[in-house]
Design a protein around this ligand. Structure first.
Ligand code: HEC
Ligand code: HEC
Length: 199
C-alpha cells in the first residue's frame, strides 16, 4: 500500500513537471468550449452523456481529463473511437478541454431508493476498499483520480471490469488494478450502482 502511494506520488510529480515544462500558454476554457462542440454528439451538450457506455465529462477534475486524453493519444489507454480523436489534439487543446470540462456542472444523478439492497452493499464496499482515499470525500475526484459521483452506471461498471481484466491500464501505477484485483463482478456491479447515484 505504502509502495503504491509512493509510486503514485512519483508519477504525479513527473506529470506535473511534464505539463509545467510544456506550458506555453494558460489554459483557455472558452477555446475548450469551442473545441468541445465536436465532442458533444457523444459526450452530451453540457458534458452530460446520454449515450450508452460513453462517460459524462462535466465536473471531472481538469487533470483527469488531460491525463486520459494523453493516454488515448499515446495508446496507453486503448479505445478505437477515442484513439484517433486524441491523436488530433495538441497539448494546448488538451489543456483547454480540461479547463472547460472541469468548469461544467456535474451530472445530476438518478435518485436511488433507500430500500435498494445494492446501495448498502456498494456503500460498504466503498468503505472497505477505501475508494474515498483517492476519489475524494464525496467521490468528486481530484487530480488524476476521476469523479465517480453521478457518472453513468454502465461507464463505471465497464471501467472497473476493464481495470480488472487489464484492458485499461491508465496511469501505469497499479492503483485501480490493485483495487479491482480484490473485487468480484457482483461487487463491481454494486459499486457502479452506488457511485452512479451519489450526488
Ligand atoms: C464518436 C463518439 C465520441 C466522440 C466524438 C468523442 N468521444 Fe470521448 N469517449 C467516447 C467513448 C465511447 C469513451 C469511453 C471509452 C472507453 O470505454 O474506454 C470516451 C472516453 C473519453 C474520455 C475518458 C473519460 C472517462 O471518464 O474515462 C475523455 C476524457 C474523452 N472521451 C474526451 C473526449 C473529447 C475531449 C472529445 C472531443 C475532442 C471526445 N471525447 C469525442 C466517445 C466519443
Ligand atoms: C490508490 C488510489 C485509488 C483508490 C483506492 C481507488 N481509485 Fe479508482 N481511480 C484512481 C485513479 C488514479 C484513476 C484514474 C485511472 C487512470 O488513470 O486511468 C481511477 C479511476 C477509476 C475509475 C474510472 C473512472 C472513469 O471515468 O474513467 C473508476 C470507475 C474507479 N476508479 C472506481 C473506484 C472504486 C469503486 C474504488 C473503490 C472500490 C476506487 N476507484 C479506489 C485511483 C484510485
Amino acid at each position: 500500500m505504502i509502495q503504491t502511494r509512493n509510486l503514485l506520488l512519483l508519477s504525479l510529480a513527473a506529470f506535473v513537471w511534464f505539463f509545467e515544462c510544456g506550458q506555453a500558454q494558460a489554459a483557455d476554457a472558452a477555446a475548450g468550449k469551442e473545441l468541445a462542440e465536436g465532442c458533444a454528439g457523444c459526450h452530451g451538450a453540457d458534458g452530460v452523456s446520454q449515450t450508452p457506455l460513453t462517460p459524462s465529462l462535466a465536473g471531472e477534475p481538469d487533470d483527469f481529463i488531460q491525463w486520459q486524453l494523453v493516454f488515448f493519444r499515446g495508446g496507453t489507454r486503448k479505445n478505437e473511437v477515442m484513439g484517433p480523436i486524441a491523436e488530433a489534439l495538441d497539448n494546448q487543446q488538451i489543456r483547454n478541454l480540461g479547463a472547460y470540462y472541469a468548469s461544467l456542472t456535474p451530472p445530476r444523478p438518478p435518485s436511488a431508493l433507500a430500500t435498494d439492497p445494492l446501495m448498502q452493499t456498494g456503500a460498504n464496499l466503498a468503505i472497505e476498499h477505501r475508494c474515498k482515499s483517492c476519489h475524494g470525500e464525496d467521490f468528486a475526484g481530484g487530480g488524476p483520480a476521476a469523479r465517480l459521483a453521478g457518472q453513468r452506471e454502465d461507464v463505471l461498471l465497464k471501467a472497473l471490469r476493464d481495470f480488472k481484466s487489464g484492458a485499461r491500464v491508465g496511469t501505469g501505477v497499479a492503483s485501480m488494478a490493485d483495487v479491482t484485483f480484490e473485487l468480484g463482478d457482483a461487487d463491481m456491479q454494486a459499486l457502479a450502482h452506488y457511485m452512479a447515484t451519489q450526488p
